[in-house]
Design a binder for this molecule. Structure first.
Ligand SMILES: [Zn+2]
Length: 477
């Protein structure tokens, strides 16, 4: 009993020395706890976001990150750098040295020095233990968990993923933490031989992207977690000049980054399923479904969640494994019972030629409370798809028409239909007389806005593309 109590105390009140400032501070975690926590969340990040399948790009990013990390105050952490398969523009760090950048951020970085700037900045959040402090605050209940449930309260009890671990990534850092991470990033960069102006460079570019310009839903973008980038450009200037004084050997390696960015997927990756308006299509799994018009759709490898624009009305789509010989009714019964839901009424159905069981259920969802659900278990391609509308019981009658229409829209994709769905990709192009950002953006088939394309090419606001310049564009698949 006493031993357990002591252990608990040690956990709650560990006093550690901050590796960057040298000051003693209270944290909830020792370094080994920090690493263990990061490792556990790393598995969830990979499962939920997906790892981008480009081994050369992965090695390129990892080599740069590791070189920077070895020059930091905590070289012996188990550093790991991962490109996640997300269209959002973001980068983030977990305690223990687990760092992620999205494939979406890469084409917006001008050169390798800016990439090193982003990685150095995230390394700074880890070395200065900001990520641990965030975790400590979260667990301490000081920081509201509000940020976590922004989009996915409907995930539980149907999800295996802990939203808490993922939500932790997207709490806003304080301004002081941001400035310190910028300083540290610039220092690591310079020590590694990259131009430390990469830090203000990436801040300027990312600061020009509208917070809402993610263009798509899912994980939030960099601006929502790293505040005031443009104001920070001024604050890092002195550090950069000091680091650059008397040196002329820093590199930016623009060509090296260009080579890796060429061909990278822009926007949704059809291998994970893509959204076209309110329709969700999954070419490898060969199905499509229409969610209600104007709903926001968030896709992850584990599930698709759709949400009504201004109401707590959700739809959820997940794969459910198919026990040998089980009927649609059996699958629905065991799945819903497992989630704590009670069948009110239901029957077998055929949906666009697919066997299904459609029922009305009552249960509870974390973050929503009591809900009534219209849910289908649809057999397709050797598994079952669970498609469910979820809403407070009082609003069910009003929502049920939309739920049922969506469920009824689930249908297989033919091989030809699946093959016709190709991702947009980054390409290079030499500007001709008369080209405008709008005319160049058209080549993407609507995947990128003209203003976003201009920011991608570091064009001054309002300026036209310069004839003869080699620029990045987005081309439709
Ligand atoms: Zn930051």
């Amino acid at each position: 009993m006493r031993a357990i109590l002591l252990l608990l105390l040690a956990f709650v009140a560990a006093c550690a020395t901050n590796p960057v400032t040298g000051e003693r501070e209270f944290t909830l975690m020792s370094e080994s706890q920090e690493i263990a926590m990061g490792r556990e969340s790393d598995a969830q990040v990979r499962a939920e976001m997906g790892v981008y399948a480009d081994p050369e790009l992965a090695k390129y990013v990892s080599d740069i990150g590791l070189r920077l990390a070895k020059l930091s105050e905590r070289p012996s952490l188990p550093w790991q750098f991962t490109v996640v398969d997300q269209p959002a523009i973001n980068a983030f760090a977990l305690p223990g040295g687990f760092i992620y950048i999205t494939r979406g951020i890469l084409p917006f970085l001008e050169d390798e020095a800016e990439l090193a700037g982003v990685l150095g900045h995230e390394i700074g959040h880890v070395t200065a233990r900001h990520s641990v402090r965030q975790y400590t605050r979260t667990i301490g209940g000081v920081a509201a968990l509000g940020a976590l449930g922004v989009f996915v309260p409907a995930a539980r009890p149907f999800s295996q993923i802990s939203e808490q671990a993922l939500g932790l990534l997207f709490l806003k850092y304080g301004r002081g933490d941001e400035l310190q991470a910028d300083q540290l990033g610039a220092r690591y960069e310079a020590a590694g031989g990259w131009d430390p102006a990469g830090v203000p460079g990436m801040l300027s570019t990312l600061g020009l992207l509208d917070e809402a310009s993610g263009d798509r839903k899912g994980i939030p973008n960099w601006l929502s977690t790293h505040p005031e980038p443009l104001a920070r450009v001024a604050e890092i200037k002195t550090t950069v000049s000091t680091l650059k004084a008397g040196r002329s050997d820093f590199v930016t390696n623009r060509d090296a980054l260009d080579r890796r960015v060429d061909g990278v997927i822009y926007g949704d990756n059809p291998d994970q399923g893509i959204t076209r308006g309110s329709t969700f299509l999954h070419p490898p799994l060969r199905f499509r479904i229409d969610f209600p018009a104007k709903w926001e759709i968030a896709n992850s490898p584990q599930q698709v969640v759709a949400k009504a624009p201004d109401a707590e009305v959700f739809m959820l789509l997940q794969g459910v494994s198919k026990p040998q010989g089980a009927s649609p009714r059996d699958v629905a019964a065991s799945h819903m019972q497992g989630a704590g839901f009670r069948l009110v009424s239901g029957d077998r159905a055929t949906i666009n030629g697919l066997e299904a069981f459609v029922g009305m259920y009552q249960g509870q969802i974390e973050g929503l409370g009591d809900v009534t659900s219209r849910a289908a278990h649809i057999a397709h391609g050797g598994v079952y798809y669970f498609v469910a509308g979820l809403v407070a019981p009082a609003a069910f009658d009003q929502a049920d028409g939309a739920f049922t229409a969506s469920i009824r829209s689930f249908r297989p994709l033919t091989a030809a239909e699946a093959q016709a769905i190709r991702p947009s990709r980054i390409d290079f192009y030499v500007v001709r007389e008369g080209d405008t950002w709008a005319s160049l953006a058209e080549r993407s088939g609507g995947a990128i806005r003209p203003s976003t394309l201009a920011v991608m090419n570091h064009s001054a606001p309002g300026a036209s593309p310069r004839a003869g310049a080699r620029i990045r564009i987005v081309v439709a698949g």
